[in-house]
Design a protein around this ligand. Structure first.
Ligand code: ADP
Length: 499
């Protein structure tokens, strides 16, 4: 099949979260399965400075945004170690900025306009480069207008009428909501601004738009696909999904083991496999100790946290448990992340008070993320909700036992350790259900007690390390989804041509 993946982030060009990992890996896996795949993303400053070479295609984009014409260009690059082309939409006023979506704590005021330009450019790129596309795979609100343009302005354009659009929800809480006057910038008729299509309580909602106009919908784990079909996880769009529930699928993300595997990871002090994991971990722990100043030791369990420091990730629970545990237990912690100021301040205060037990790094560092995965004994991810979650999947490979809340993709990947699951050889982590500090603390206590029983701990570690969460299986599920939606669209076009 011919697939074009439209995304606002793609590794190694741009990244703020898991979306980038998915869009950097899935296309390569699809290509390996024999499909023609390309990726299209904005040419942010990050994308230009990331070290991947690119060349201009000398094609002018001339895009209408409301009353004005905005010009842009197209750069061509490719995903590393593959032939997958990456088209970068160039428009320096919109994309040549320090961050992807925000300036400090505030979203860029013209985010709606920036992504209207992107969505229109994606379709123009297909037209100008005469790309043969069966499925346009859209990701998150930034691409939500693409299915709408396909079904309206491009509906009668040959080649576009038989193109299917798939909308993937990577996080239901980020919907791209803007004031209603931005509808004028989209260039779409006001008749679509109604509660069945693009409007959401008086605002323009770009994720909703994508969900309504696309030919298929999926999200990034089976559990999350169920959760978002009712409140509160549906974040107000549960009705939209319920209406199209026959089209909603859940496909678990995979890990890119060419990047996230301790056996070949070039960022860590000693490569290790399931045969020498203990020695590998101790070497990596020592190395991280030097980088962070923590006086690490094999006897002291090290808990790692890597992620956005926002409410979703259960950061308030982590804060409460830390306050309790820092005073009275022999556990060390290392936290890497950026996010809300109040959480950053909280962690910095705690780290200043307990420098021998807690190290906090408020930055985005791929290097440290790898080093923490390799060095930590436990990985903490007590998310309030979690569409899929990648870090717990990476942790499994690194023998870093995940402690998670049982929600979304965390529930689909982590099997809680108890007598039964230990005996069955399925236990690969620890989990708890209700979002409460005591529940997290109890699960942590169970984990620490298991850590002290070396044989049991080793079983849990090895079960995780030997599991295969690569993209191979998930990519095939995407192919089925593409085939199904493409067939549906072809059938509609065919029956319309008969009438
Ligand atoms: P989300 O997409 O909700 O942020 P995921 O677990 O799906 O969460 O993916 C997060 C990705 O971003 C992982 O690859 C993780 O390692 C990375 N990441 C998050 N914060 C940081 C950080 N501060 N430094 C380096 N990598 C980070």
């Amino acid at each position: 099949m011919n697939i074009l993946v439209a995304t606002s982030e793609v590794v190694p060009f741009s990244k703020t979260g898991g979306l980038a990992d998915v869009c950097g890996t899935l296309p390569r896996e699809l290509a390996r399965l024999g499909h023609q795949v390309a990726v299209v993303a904005p040419a942010y400053r990050q994308s230009i400075e990331c070290g991947q070479s690119n060349k201009s295609l000398h094609v002018d984009l001339d895009i209408t945004i409301g009353q004005k014409q905005v010009r842009g260009g197209i750069l061509r690059s490719q995903l590393p170690e593959s032939d997958v082309p990456v088209y970068l939409i160039e428009q320096d006023d919109y994309y040549d900025r320090p961050q992807l979506y925000r300036d400090g704590n505030d979203d860029y005021k013209d985010n709606c306009e920036r992504f209207i330009f992107f969505c229109r450019s994606v379709l123009e790129l297909v037209r100008l480069l005469e790309l043969d596309v069966d499925v346009l795979h859209c990701n998150d609100w930034q691409t939500g207008l693409i299915p709408a343009y396909l079904k309206t302005e491009y509906a009668d354009t040959p080649g576009f009428d038989s193109m299917a659009s798939v909308m993937t929800i990577h996080n239901m809480a980020y919907q791209g909501q803007f004031w209603h006057w931005d509808m004028l910038l989209t260039g779409l008729d006001w008749k679509y601004f109604n509660w069945n299509q693009m409007e959401f309580f008086g605002k323009l909602n770009l994720l909703k738009t994508g969900l309504v106009f696309s030919d298929a919908i999926n999200t990034v784990s089976p559990r999350y696909a169920l959760e978002i079909q009712s409140a509160p996880m549906g974040c107000g769009l549960e009705g939209v999904l319920a209406h199209r529930s026959n089209l909603v699928r859940g496909i678990l993300n995979g890990a890119d083991y060419s990047v996230w595997d301790p056996a070949i990871d070039s960022h860590i002090a000693l490569n290790y496999t399931s045969d020498n994991w203990y020695a590998g971990k101790q070497a990596c722990k020592q190395d991280l100790g030097q980088a962070t100043g923590l006086p690490v030791s094999p006897e002291i369990p090290l808990v790692g946290v890597v992620g956005r420091l926002v409410e979703q990730k259960g950061v308030d629970l982590i804060g409460e448990v830390l306050k309790k545990r820092l005073t009275d237990s022999h556990v060390q912690w290392v936290i890497l992340g950026r996010g809300d100021q109040k959480y950053q301040d909280m962690f910095l205060r705690l780290a200043a008070a307990y420098p021998e037990k807690l190290s906090v790094r408020l930055e985005f560092s791929d290097l440290l993320a790898h080093q923490i995965e390799a060095a930590a004994d436990l990985f903490l991810m007590p998310s309030k909700y979690e569409p899929c979650g990648l870090n717990q999947i990476y942790s499994l490979k690194y023998g870093t036992v995940p402690l998670v809340r049982e929600t979304g993709g965390l529930a689909d990947t982590i099997v809680d350790t108890n007598e039964k699951t230990l005996a069955a050889g399925t236990a690969n982590g620890f989990s708890f259900q209700s979002y409460q500090v005591e529940k997290l603390d109890q699960a942590l206590e169970r984990a620490l007690q298991t850590y002290a029983r070396k044989e049991d701990w080793s079983r849990v570690v090895l079960t995780g390390m030997k599991q295969d969460w690569s993209w191979t299986r998930s990519a095939k599920e995407y192919v089925w989804l593409y085939q199904e939606s493409s067939a549906r669209v072809q059938q509609t076009v065919h029956s319309e041509s008969l009438t």
